[in-house]
Design a binder for this molecule. Sequence first.
Ligand SMILES: [Mg+2]
Length: 300
Amino acid sequence: MSEQGSKIDRRTLMATILAGGLTMPLMTRASDAADKAARPTSAPTQNPLLWAVAWSETAAEFGALCHQAFNLATLRVDQATEKFRNSDRPLAVITDLDNTIVHASSYWGYLLKEGIDFFDDGVWDKWIPENLITLVPGAFEFLNHCKSKEVEVFYVTSRNQGPNTYDYALKQLQYLELPFADSAHLTVYRETSDKTPAREAVRQTHELILLLGDNLNDFKRDYYVKDVDERFALMERDRKDIGQQFIILPNPTDGHWVRAIFGESEPAGTEQNRQILLEAATRRAWDGIEVGSGETNGST
Ligand SMILES: [Mg+2]
């Protein structure tokens, strides 16, 4: 983050947030000819990511789901502050970063424009330092509500952009003027997506009242399984916790649900993987009408 970037007018910042997001200044170009040449691509209009990104970029329903999550989270914080008003232990929430409180809109748009149809780690690692992150609708207000209620916010993320990973993440939080944006409240796991130790550490010193994430793994490590039906079963097991101690945000583009399909979170953009994705998406597909099975009445 640059000094120039940190001097954004606060009113402009708030107006932009209320309009649905915050875009940071472009600092470097995220393109590399050699990487591009080596990368398998598909026709942009046939990119499997297209509907997912179009939805999160254009559907007011996406924003509404985010607000629904943060409105519910706000209610839970208020209930907890009342419940624990006589407790000596400070209250805390833990939130994930990506696709929970911040968005990577321009990253996904870039992939689509380049014909890349699977999460691309190389592009991601170049995109992060560009500091083009945006706020998820409702996140800013919720996090500041926590601060107003003296509920500490701990940020826990799994990212790896090399030795500067932590610095990138911390400066993004500070640029966005989020509360508790300091090293005491940020944990970055570069080598694992297991956030259990961070949750346990916060529980040692705080009453942990709420977890926020876009991935069930943000709540429990149990969900780190490579089977779609098993993840569903685990989710049903914990259904009473959802909306209570677990607040989930919508993410149609990536996460461990992808790992459950492919066996890895960031599968290569190969024809074989496109076929696996098709089979996963059509696993409950209608068999269809047999040709010559009868006349239609023309209605839909
Ligand atoms: Mg996330």
